[in-house]
Design a binder for this molecule. Structure first.
Ligand code: GDP
Length: 205
């Protein structure tokens, strides 16, 4: 059965597995892991829900900093999505930010199964310090990064393409970018293609 999509979407099988406060609580460092990161409210949860075709797999929330854990979703026995905590609001206490930085830095340095990072940015608020930090960690760990410019439905095509161009110009060599909308599913096939490559999944169907 298809649901009107021309392309097979292997990410529909994603299931919640575990939430980790510390790196040692994560599943064994084997197989393939792709992390999703983004400032709070950038549209990360909505993007995961759209990708997996599930209404509420990742919690969509307007409360900044509510999720302080790494949430793991299993795609299959060897493949996982890691939903990283995202800050970006000034009201998050400095102590919490420092803790987050430490955990994230450790994650990037040590996680051998990390195959790529999807960095979610609101297309109207691009390349903020949070994003620069994530890109720098990806570069330092030699992990490829793919930027999703979310909420593109809020812009006309011209300004959306201008933002894409601006981001692409600013990205390091190991990073790519695309336009996305969770509202009208713009960019879904492009993201699936990118993830299939990182997860070494051959498209079927
Ligand atoms: P998160 O904090 O990064 O996980 O962001 P959420 O996914 O919870 O989204 C934050 C807000 O932006 C919510 O009100 C969403 O409904 C809205 N949103 C997310 N993605 C899109 C999108 O592609 N288009 C539009 N119009 N709104 C979006």
């Amino acid at each position: 059965m298809t649901s009107g999509n021309s392309k097979h979407n292997p990410y529909r099988s994603a299931r919640y597995f575990i939430s980790a406060h510390h790196l040692h609580q994560l599943p064994g460092d084997r197989g393939y892991e792709v992390a999703f990161a983004g400032r709070s409210n950038a549209g990360k949860s909505s993007a995961i829900n759209t990708l997996t075709d599930q209404k509420s797999l990742a919690r969509t929330s307007k409360t900044p900093g509510r999720t302080q854990q790494i949430v793991i979703f299993d795609i299959d026995a060897e493949r996982r999505i890691a939903d990283l905590p995202g800050y970006g609001y000034a009201k998050v206490p400095e102590k919490l930010k420092a803790h987050w930085r430490e955990v994230m830095q450790d994650y990037f340095r040590r996680r051998r199964s990390l195959r790529g990072v999807v960095l979610v940015m609101d297309i109207r608020h691009i390349m903020r310090p949070f994003d620069e930090q994530m890109l720098a960690w990806c570069e330092a760990s030699r992990v490829p990064c793919h930027v999703l410019l979310t909420k593109s439905d809020k812009l006309k095509r011209g300004p959306a393409l201008a933002a894409l161009h601006q981001v692409r110009k600013a990205l390091p060599a190991n990073a790519t970018a695309q336009i996305w909308s969770s509202k009208d599913r713009t960019g879904l096939e492009e993201l699936i293609d990118r993830l299939n490559r990182w997860y070494e999944l051959t498209p079927t169907g």
